[in-house]
Design a protein around this ligand. Structure first.
Ligand code: 13P
Ligand code: SF4
Length: 316
């Protein structure tokens, strides 16, 4: 950027000194997004982590994302600026829960959303993100039992778009689950001309699909997208006004990509406390002191890597 604050200049200087690449999820604070080398959704950032030649990855996101980077690049140092940055969705399922399903479905396939711990990924057959979940499920032969974990709303969405019968774990992200159907309905009624972007983790996703199917809401105005899909939408939209149902950090990227479009959150309470734990001071400390290193047990990492690598091959 042409004008850099002294904080940003120091972050960039330390990143060069350590040969570090800074990755930021679309939900990060605007300052963090602006100083990063790459901003994106979970799938795009995993791909960068797998291929980037840097010695160090500083992951401005949450713990499972840094773990996924470590799984893909075991020889790199992976730093998470705040070790307590977790994820309520990832915390909703354990490796034992997965083993219990596999014990009763020996021929089954476990599809794990990337928002899971390394141990859970190690017990799974293939990972997915919100941008390729349907393609991942379609890649599994018909008739094979599928266990889709851990997000019930994403699971319901994938079930609907693929027509596949699946067992779905009843987990949820507390931020997206609280974007309620009632709130969605009210905003849609108040704004008949706005486009509506909905992340499939939202509690209101199934309502939106129902409304679209029922004709209350024209299908072409409602898009169920990953955060990366929302950014791609912003790059080509002609819409004047767009309502967004996901964590509000995404608005920074959307407004940058489409300055002529008015993007508004369905609710400004949709703020992920874990994503927001990564502050400018903590990013600086991370680069300066080399903290906090994220490690994954090599045996678990090796098993998890097969699932994550399959995910990276599939979809956009
Ligand atoms: P995506 O960026 O892959 O859409 O993920 C959303 C999310 O909640 C990550 O925690
Ligand atoms: Fe986890 Fe939800 Fe936060 Fe994403 S927004 S990191 S799913 S708690």
């Amino acid at each position: 950027p042409a004008v850099m604050t002294s904080w940003a200049a120091e972050v960039r200087r330390l990143a060069d000194q350590r040969n570090a690449v800074i990755l930021a999820h679309n939900y990060q604070l605007p300052e963090i997004q602006d100083v990063a080398d790459h901003v994106g959704d979970s799938l795009a950032l995993s791909r960068v982590a797998a291929e980037h030649p840097a010695d160090v990855i500083v992951f401005c996101g949450v713990h499972f994302m840094a773990e996924t980077a470590k799984i893909l690049s075991p020889d790199k140092t992976v730093l998470l600026p705040e070790p307590e940055a977790g994820c309520s969705l990832a915390a909703s399922i354990t490796a034992d829960d997965v083993r219990a399903w596999k014990a009763t479905h020996p021929d089954g396939v476990v599809v794990a959303y990337v928002n899971t711990s390394a141990e859970v990924k190690a017990e799974s057959d293939i990972c997915c993100t919100s941008s390729n979940a349907a393609d991942v499920v379609r890649s599994i032969p018909e008739g094979v039992p599928i266990f889709f974990i851990p997000d019930q709303f994403l699971g319901a969405h994938v079930r609907r778009v693929t027509g596949r019968d699946m067992d779905v774990w009843a987990g949820e992200c507390h931020v997206h689950a609280e974007i309620s159907p009632a709130e969605l309905r009210r905003r849609i009624a108040d704004e008949p001309d706005a486009d509506i972007l909905i992340h499939p983790e939202c509690g209101c996703t199934t309502t939106a699909l129902y409304l679209a199917g029922a004709g209350d809401l024209p299908r072409e105005r409602t898009k169920i997208l990953s955060t990366g899909g929302m950014v791609a939408y912003a790059e080509q939209t002609q819409a004047r006004r767009v309502l967004v149902a996901t964590e509000t950090g995404i608005l920074h990227q959307l407004r940058r990509r489409a300055p002529g479009t008015d993007f508004q959150p369905i609710t400004d309470r949709a703020v992920c406390p874990y994503m927001k734990m990564i502050t400018p001071e903590k990013l600086l400390r991370s680069l300066r002191d080399g903290v906090f290193e994220v490690d994954v047990d090599p045996e678990i990492a090796a098993r998890a890597r097969r699932s994550v690598e399959r995910m990276i091959q599939i979809g956009s």
